[in-house]
Design a protein around this ligand. Structure first.
Ligand SMILES: NC(=O)c1ccc[n+]([C@@H]2O[C@H](COP(=O)([O-])OP(=O)(O)OC[C@H]3O[C@@H](n4cnc5c(N)ncnc54)[C@H](O)[C@@H]3O)[C@@H](O)[C@H]2O)c1
Length: 256
């Protein structure tokens, strides 16, 4: 099926990376539903904005019933909604832990639970994409539940890929590095992140723009990725591949 005929659901589509994914998939010709607990900051023409909480089974079920009522079917699900809570394990509340796990990991499970039977019944395959993070692969101190949830999204994508392959459903993840959105601006404002800490280890020397993450999602949702499943595409400006980030002057000159 070509992009023009696809129908996509994007969680957390009201702003930030989710809004860029909405824009990217719409630009590729998809009909797009956004599922977000908040109203969109800048609503896009033609997008159906559903207000729902991705961590709440009843709310997610209602959102999928709204898609059923539209009669479009569903081809692509991008689980992008996310939150952040900072604190050391040992000091962090169970409530904060549960909120982060509930949004990222339960959210992916709930969306997949509703999408997969519908995709199977339609018989036209499908694509499910979870937005992970480079935090899935390294320990980010003070972000225990986030790190655990993002690693969980990578693992769940692999498992679902194998389970649903017989139905031509592909399941992948995208792992962004630091991307210029409100979640990062909030962390800088509350002192838990600093821009120079982020940039120090990014070989490309800048933060990602949301549309650069959306481009990776657009690829995985498209038929160009028809043989790609169970993978995590890392989009981090080289952050996770850099070994030493300090080097002698002769090496810096040679690289300049
Ligand atoms: N910005 C980054 O540097 C970065 C890096 C790696 C991964 N990510 C991931 O990318 C995704 C998007 O991040 P962002 O920077 O655009 O964040 P953001 O805070 O700008 O947007 C998140 C969106 O998710 C929605 N949301 C949160 N909880 C929800 C819930 N329970 N139900 C429905 N909607 C909910 C919010 O209302 C918001 O619209 C997140 O999963 C985040 O962890 C971001």
């Amino acid at each position: 099926m070509n992009a023009q005929a696809k129908v996509a659901l994007v969680t957390g589509g009201a702003r930030g990376i989710g809004d860029a994914i909405v824009q990217g998939l719409q630009g590729a010709g998809s009909k797009v539903f956004s599922l977000d607990r908040s109203a969109p900051e800048h609503p896009r023409d033609g997008v159906a904005y559903l207000e729902a909480d991705v961590s709440d089974p009843v709310s997610v079920a209602q959102a999928f019933r709204a898609i059923d009522a539209a009669g479009t079917g569903i081809d692509t699900v991008v689980h992008n909604a996310g939150i952040q809570r900072s604190g050391l394990c040992g000091q962090m509340s169970f409530e904060d832990w549960s909120k982060v796990l509930g949004t990222h990991l339960n959210g992916m499970f709930l969306c997949a639970t509703h999408a997969i039977p519908r995709m199977i019944a339609q018989g036209r395959g499908g694509a499910i994409i979870g937005i992970a993070s480079t935090a899935a692969f390294v320990g980010l101190p003070g972000r225990g539940p986030y790190t655990a949830a993002k690693a969980g999204i990578v693992g769940l994508a692999r498992c679902l890929a194998v389970e649903t392959a017989p139905h031509r459903i592909r399941v992948n993840a995208v792992a962004p590095g630091f991307t210029r959105t409100a979640i990062i601006e909030d962390a800088v404002a509350n002192g838990s992140l600093r821009e120079d800490w982020m940039l120090e280890r990014v070989p490309l020397g800048r933060l990602a723009e949301p549309l650069e993450i959306a481009n990776a999602v657009k690829y995985l949702a498209s038929d160009d990725a028809s043989y790609v499943t169970g993978q995590t595409l890392v989009v981090d400006g080289g952050w996770s591949t850099q070994g030493m980030h300090h080097s002698p002057a002769w090496l810096q000159q040679a690289a300049a």
